[in-house]
Design a protein around this ligand. Structure first.
Ligand SMILES: [Fe+2]
Length: 227
């Protein structure tokens, strides 16, 4: 053993050449994830790939009821849709109250059914018609990740190759794939762009999407309403 080198190493570990660096995570983007407690109550049978029900203006192929599931929807009965919407809202209310978040109500609420080769292009939920606070997805059947993109691309004057796994790795991602299972609900800011990649499974992927708007913080209904 080289005694001199060992001593030098010991000294070096006692007095590092540079102080420990820390990262201030400023302007983080919240994605809230929780389990929908009544998930087991909502079982939907597989339906075949339908005629194209892609909403106007969407550049993709998906069977969607956007922005609202109608009373005579061919796949989701009105009673089930209304009950599901109430139950999802009830679970959000519980999470919000537990975490001191402000009162919200449900705006648009719709489903998206994807079969093989179907997808939804990169988009956001910002709208001139509604002041959405958070948007959400309930993954009901055959969940696959939603792919999120960084909130701003203005900082991308260069590519951050080689930062993966470092202390600034999270701030330099190209994309983020939310890991989800059937029964999960995620909430995210409406400005956060996201997409659903082309599906590879023949089984239908069923999600319910929605937008939440804030309501009067003194609303008695928020605390007392039964969902
Ligand atoms: Fe979306």
């Amino acid at each position: 053993m080289n005694v001199r080198n060992t001593t030098q190493r010991n000294q070096a570990s006692k007095t590092p050449k540079t102080p420990n660096a820390s990262v201030i995570e400023v302007f983080p983007t919240p994605i809230v994830k929780f389990r929908f407690p009544k998930h087991e109550k909502y079982f939907f049978r597989d339906i075949p790939k339908s005629e194209d029900r892609t909403p106007e203006g969407w550049n993709c192929s998906v069977n969607s009821s956007y922005p609202f599931t109608g009373e005579n929807d061919p796949y989701v009965p009105d009673e089930v849709n209304k009950r599901l919407q109430r139950d999802v809202m009830g679970s959000i209310r519980d999470v919000f109250i537990e975490n001191g978040l402000p009162p919200v109500e449900m705006g648009a609420f719709w489903y998206n059914i994807y079969h093989e080769e179907q997808n939804q292009e990169r988009h956001d939920h910002v709208s001139a018609h509604a002041n959405t606070f958070l948007s959400g997805v309930y993954y009901n059947k055959n969940a696959t990740p939603t792919t999120f993109y960084p909130p701003s691309t203005l900082y991308r004057t260069l590519r951050f190759r080689g930062c993966e796994g470092t202390i600034i790795g999270n701030a330099t991602r190209d994309t983020y794939e939310a890991e989800v299972n059937d029964g999960d609900i995620i909430l995210f800011p409406p400005y956060l762009e996201h997409e659903v990649k082309k599906q590879t499974s023949e089984s239908m992927r069923l999600t319910f999407s929605f937008n939440l708007t804030t309501i009067n913080p003194n609303s008695i209904e928020w605390i007392t309403k039964e969902y």
